[in-house]
Design a protein around this ligand. Structure first.
Ligand code: 4NP
Length: 156
């Protein structure tokens, strides 16, 4: 099983959106028995909550399920449990590097690194910008390219 974890700050806006979109793509491509998807936040403030209503609204509009998703905080054991840690911005990356310390090599990347000629290197936080449509546009593009990358790297 290949395990993918999306990481953001609160785990209510960007990373659950990525989890839902990626899970939907994996299902549509018939890979649900090969790729497992989850998301987590570096902060603890929203643990146990549903995705933000802006995220829920856009996912509903796009007919993408977020069933069973509740915010959780990133845990140090996630470094060992996941094959790909996909962060949303540089701040997430710095915090992950700090938490990792000397615990060896892990695969950490930013979602938009997978998109050639991307408009943004970081996914701007809609919790502050309010722009959930734009977040969807970026995250969806990132997820499509990430899945291509993972399929290629793992001969799927
Ligand atoms: P997210 O957005 O990292 O995309 O889930 C945020 C949600 C909540 C907060 C910050 C970012 N917060 O500070 O509560």
């Amino acid at each position: 099983m290949i395990r993918v974890l999306f990481v953001c700050l609160g785990n209510i806006c960007r990373s659950p959106m990525a989890e839902a979109i990626f899970r939907d793509l994996v299902k549509k491509e018939g890979l649900s028995d090969k790729i497992e998807v989850d998301s987590a936040g570096l902060g603890h403030w929203h643990v146990g909550e549903l995705p933000h209503e802006g995220t829920r609204e856009i996912l509903e509009e796009q007919c993408i399920s977020y069933e069973g998703m509740k915010a959780r905080q990133f845990h140090i054991r996630d470094f060992g449990d996941f094959d790909y840690l996909i962060a949303m911005d540089d701040q997430n990356i710095s915090e992950l590097q700090e938490l990792k310390g000397n615990n060896g090599l892990i695969k950490v990347a930013k979602l938009m690194e997978f998109v050639d000629e991307t408009k943004e290197d970081d996914v701007p936080d809609p919790f502050f910008t309010g722009k959930f449509d734009y977040t969807y546009e970026l995250v969806s593009e990132g997820c499509h390219e990430l899945l291509k990358y993972i399929r290629n790297e793992n001969n799927l």
